[in-house]
Design a protein around this ligand. Structure first.
Ligand code: PEP
Length: 253
């Protein structure tokens, strides 16, 4: 049985005072929710604050990105070891905004995934197709390429440590959510890709859905057989909405 996971991707949002209010409210609202794993991913600069405020709560903390290098002359980069030392549990790798705006290739994302595992972090591998790719029937080949790039670099056994987030690019930040059956179909396809290597590992791998999830859409999405929770952007910035989404994950059990 896979344990539901709900993660908030704050993107480049927040301030010391708004983070403080949000995290205090979340820790209050989620304190009895012990059947779901919950995490937030603030910008790098706020990680120490979030780790500190979440220390004795149910909420874990992740970063939104990391370097594919260990250390050295990589100005502006942050390594997996640094994140782990700080107290991060998760790190997003290959978010579509990183792939599109910063040119991250499948190979770079695979290298980051491998480094995250080496550092003892849980990489949250984001994959997803654009609207054009979906409309031209390329959805499976795009997702297949993104997942296989990581399988070429990381052993299938590491997929008990890796979380996959299916985030159709056309649904991120647009208010347009995939229907539960659209999400289920892609999640099942991803699990099938893993099962071709090892059926037992495929069953154990956590696969999240992301793309305009809100308190209204969460329950029906999370009730699908292969949807194990969500990666939430906009709605994770409001404590009431994010808590309601976390509760929807608990109801899907
Ligand atoms: C995201 O940033 O990963 C995301 C899913 O954003 P939103 O929920 O705002 O679409």
């Amino acid at each position: 049985m896979r344990r539901p996971l709900v993660m908030g991707n704050w993107k480049m949002n927040g301030s010391l005072s708004s983070n403080d209010s949000l995290l205090h409210a979340l820790s209050r609202q989620l304190k009895d929710l012990d059947s779901v794993d919950v995490a937030v991913c603030p910008p790098f600069i706020y990680l120490p604050q979030a780790i500190d405020l979440c220390e004795s709560t149910r909420v874990r903390v992740g970063a939104q990105n990391m370097s594919d290098q260990d250390s050295g002359a990589y100005t502006g980069e942050v390594s997996g070891d640094m994140l782990r030392e700080l107290g991060c549990t998760y790190v997003l790798v290959g978010h579509s905004e990183r792939r599109t705006l910063y040119g991250e290739t499948d190979q770079a994302v695979a290298a980051k995934t491998e480094k995250a595992l080496e550092a003892g972090l849980v990489p949250v591998l984001c994959v997803g197709e654009t609207l054009e790719e979906r409309q031209s029937g390329e959805m499976e080949s795009v997702i297949g390429r993104q997942v296989k790039a990581v399988l070429e670099r990381c052993a299938i056994s590491s997929f008990t440590q890796i979380v996959i987030a299916y985030e159709p690019v056309w649904a991120i930040g647009t208010g347009e959510t995939a229907t539960p059956s659209q999400a289920q179909a892609v999640h099942a396809y991803i699990r099938q890709l893993l099962a071709a290597e090892d059926a037992e590992i495929a069953e154990r791998c956590t696969i999240l859905y992301g793309g305009s999830v809100n308190e209204k859409s969460a329950k029906s999405l999370f009730s699908m057989a292969d949807v194990d929770g969500g990666l939430v952007g906009g709605a994770s910035l409001k404590a009431d909405s994010f808590s309601a989404i976390c509760r929807a994950a608990a109801q899907s059990l």
